[in-house]
Ligand binder design. Structure first.
Ligand code: AMP
Length: 220
């Protein structure tokens, strides 16, 4: 097993706060933050061939092909640092691919932190979610201007209500089963995701510590 902090997966429905919490945790845990959603949006914005082929899928709230997303993650695994995976894996097949990639790279299997938020809270949060070009995702409550820099806010196309409902349906069908799989393997840590960003961040940090200790005990 490689030295250093254990890689982590942040699991949870869309709108659970994975991106916000990952950004906070990545610094304190010295992990490389990898958001497959951000990587896919960057590919779409660049109008690359990959971007053009995936835009309709993302806008409809469906999942991009396992092989395409795994390739994006593989490029990051190659860096050899512990990863903080935000939005990957989302299917059982992706979970298998991730374990294979980590073992191949000599990295320990990730611990998994599951952010638990109810479906009704998720719908409310995504309805309120806006992004600032300069400051990134904003927590809600601001509709037009960023409270931090005054810049214009935009709403993600896939945060429209009908798409959110589809994303939740897909989550229940394809991603929720991962929780049971990881619990069965003894590497799942559940984190209540309601409350302020700071309160959740404290719980996430504590769970990350436990996952790290467990990784050290197992030696991998
Ligand atoms: P996110 O920013 O994590 O909510 O992801 C936004 C969208 O990108 C998702 O609704 C999917 O269309 C796509 N996506 C992100 N991660 C994955 C993944 N691991 N597998 C398949 N599609 C993904």
């Amino acid at each position: 097993m490689a030295d250093g902090p254990r890689s982590l997966v942040l699991l949870g429905p869309p709108g659970a706060g994975k991106g916000t919490q990952a950004a906070l945790l990545a610094g304190s845990a010295d992990l490389e933050h990898v958001s497959t959603g951000d990587l896919l949006r960057a590919a779409i914005a660049s109008r690359s061939d990959l971007g053009k082929s995936i835009q309709a899928t993302v806008d409809a709230g469906r999942l991009v092909a396992d092989e395409v997303v795994a390739q994006l993650v593989k490029e990051r695994v190659a860096l050899g640092r512990g990863l903080l995976l935000d939005g990957f894996p989302r299917t059982l097949k992706q979970a298998d691919m991730l374990d294979a990639l980590m073992l191949e790279a000599g990295l320990s299997l990730p611990g998994v932190l599951e952010l638990e938020v109810s479906s009704s809270d998720v719908v409310k949060r995504l309805e309120a979610r806006r992004t600032c070009a300069a400051c990134g995702p904003r927590p809600g409550g601001e509709t037009e201007r960023c409270g931090q820099c005054g810049g214009a806010l935009t709403k993600r196309a896939d945060d429209a209500e009908a798409v959110v409902l589809e994303r939740l349906r897909v989550y229940q069908e394809k991603t929720a089963p991962l929780s049971q799989r990881y619990a069965g393997q003894g590497r799942l840590f559940r984190v209540p995701g309601s409350g302020t960003v700071e309160a959740v961040a404290g719980r996430v940090l504590e769970a990350a510590r436990k996952a790290h200790e467990q990784g050290m005990e197992r030696g991998g």
